[in-house]
Design a binder for this molecule. Structure first.
Ligand code: GLN
Length: 485
């Protein structure tokens, strides 16, 4: 069947009508993805056996006319920082080159139980540290819309796989923008729920107070469908929230959800200042006009601590990373340096970590260790925590007056491969619009809102208050549908 633009609803229709079988679809997707992968490196590994076993279970249900689960037969790609039982999970790092996890992440388990068919693991920045997917220890991912450009990062492989129809939906992780920014660079939808909305059990830890698992889809509805399956309390993750999961899809289907009458949309002045590419600014502004056309009440708002967010985010995420990555010692996980045979224990750690980690990961471990060390802790880490509270307070105050906040996702469209690799600070600065929501723990979605003159996709970010994913999804879908008419 036609893979281009394939959605969850189309897969279901095709299974129910007998147009295809789950096994035939999985085979077709795998063959196509393997061929495309030579061009864009979106996948690190394919999982044909796991996919076929699951597809056959679905086909059996179809044959017996059993009720099909919500994601029956839907080809899913999983970012390689999310563990999959028996399926190699490398975090795009050399240090985990041979790591085969003994369990599945809760999100993966729930999606498979809902019928999804895992076709493979996607490439990304090493341990999700980066904004371009060039920090992969294996190969840089290329943007399917322009192979000379990055797909964004760190979940670049997942975004590229969805954009190139190498799967229908995908999972990514978002710590400071890693789902939303690649979604915008590749022209697909990417969603980060409220912190704690989706269990992190089985997400390899980068910065635990900021990490999320979230979905990519070609439509808002498909991203919402994955969220609905994954969300909810998980006893294996103590930070997962015991907040009831609303029926996101049913809410999107309500007739009132088609327009935005009575909806208050905040536009923060700080996000349209210097550094924003004019074409991106224009596209987002005209999208805001479209929201107004749907009945939304557009309001000017202020988020005054935005300027401090980059420094604050990079201190906190590096501090947490330096602690989380201490576990890769060549003894308990992954690869051990071959030199260890003749070395003492401490020298063996050093050799393993020196050989196993790439330059960006090392930079973060060193800076993170520095900001946590005695004498610097108060000046950097503690101060960053205080700034984090101020950034979060900006949002709580803004959400007294508005239902959602609309901003650009990234200051520019996809940049060229190699353009920022020599200058880490420039790479960090490109995260300016996504990290604030991460610091505040609020949900965010990136929806395509057009392209620049060169045809590169541009995304619009919609943010909502904690656990108000329904408002965010409603605004995103009303916007998306208004463009399709
Ligand atoms: N680009 C940001 C960073 O490098 C965000 C990464 C992420 O969200 N995983 O930390």
């Amino acid at each position: 069947m036609e893979l281009k633009g394939l959605t969850i609803a189309r897969v279901r229709g095709a299974l129910e009508s007998g147009e295809t079988t789950a096994a035939a679809l999985a085979g077709q997707v795998l063959a196509y993805a393997q061929q495309e992968n030579r061009r864009n490196n979106a996948f690190l590994v394919f999982s044909p056996e796991r996919a076929m076993a699951q597809a056959q279970r679905i086909d059996e249900m179809v044959k017996r006319r059993q009720p099909l689960p919500p994601l029956a037969g839907v080809p899913l790609a999983v970012k390689d920082v999310i563990v999959t039982r028996g399926l190699r999970t490398t975090c795009a790092s050399r240090i985990l080159a041979n790591y085969v996890p003994p369990y599945d992440a809760t999100a993966v388990r729930r999606l498979e139980e809902a019928g999804a068919v895992i076709v493979g693991k996607t490439n990304c920045d090493e341990f999700a540290m980066g904004s371009s997917s060039e920090n992969s220890a294996y190969a840089p991912v290329r943007n399917p819309r322009d192979l000379e450009r990055v797909p964004g990062g760190s979940s670049g492989g997942s975004a590229a796989a969805v954009a190139a129809d190498m799967c229908v939906v995908a999972l990514g992780s978002d710590t400071g923008g890693s789902i939303r920014q690649p979604a915008s660079f590749c022209g697909v939808v990417g969603l980060m729920g409220t912190y704690g909305r989706v269990s992190r059990y089985g997400l390899v830890a980068f910065a635990s107070s900021l990490d999320h698992i979230g979905p990519f889809g070609k439509t808002v509805r498909d991203a919402a469908a994955l969220l609905e399956v994954m969300a909810g309390r998980d006893p294996s993750d103590s930070t997962s929230a015991a907040v009831p999961v609303p029926p996101y899809l049913a809410e999107l289907d309500r007739p009132e959800a088609r327009d935005l009458r009575g909806f208050r949309v905040g536009v923060p002045r700080e996000y349209f200042a210097a550094g924003l590419d004019p074409e991106v600014g224009d596209r987002v502004h005209s999208s805001i006009e479209r929201l107004r056309g749907l009945g939304a009440d557009i309001r000017d708002i202020r988020l005054p601590h935005t300027d401090y967010a980059i420094a604050c985010y990079y201190i906190i995420c590096m501090a947490e990373a330096s602690s989380n990555l201490a576990r890769y010692d060549g003894v308990r996980y992954g690869v051990r340096s071959p030199r260890c045979r003749n070395l003492s224990l401490v020298e063996c750690y050093r050799a393993t970590r020196g050989e196993g980690f790439g330059p960006e990961v090392k930079r973060r471990i060193m800076l993170g260790t520095y900001v946590l060390s005695a004498g610097y802790y108060d000046a950097y880490y503690r101060k960053a925590q205080k700034v984090r509270a101020l950034v979060a307070r900006d949002f709580s105050e803004a959400f007294r007056d508005v239902d959602v906040i609309v901003t650009p996702v990234a200051p520019t469209p996809a940049f060229r491969l190699g353009e920022k690799t020599e200058d880490p600070l420039r790479m960090y600065l490109s995260d300016i619009y996504t990290i604030t929501a991460s610091l505040a723990g609020i949900p965010g979605i990136s929806v395509p809102c057009g392209a620049n003159g060169a045809g590169l996709p541009i995304g619009m970010q919609i943010l909502a208050r904690h656990f108000n994913e329904p408002a965010m999804l409603r605004a995103a879908q009303a916007f998306e549908l208004s463009g399709a008419q």
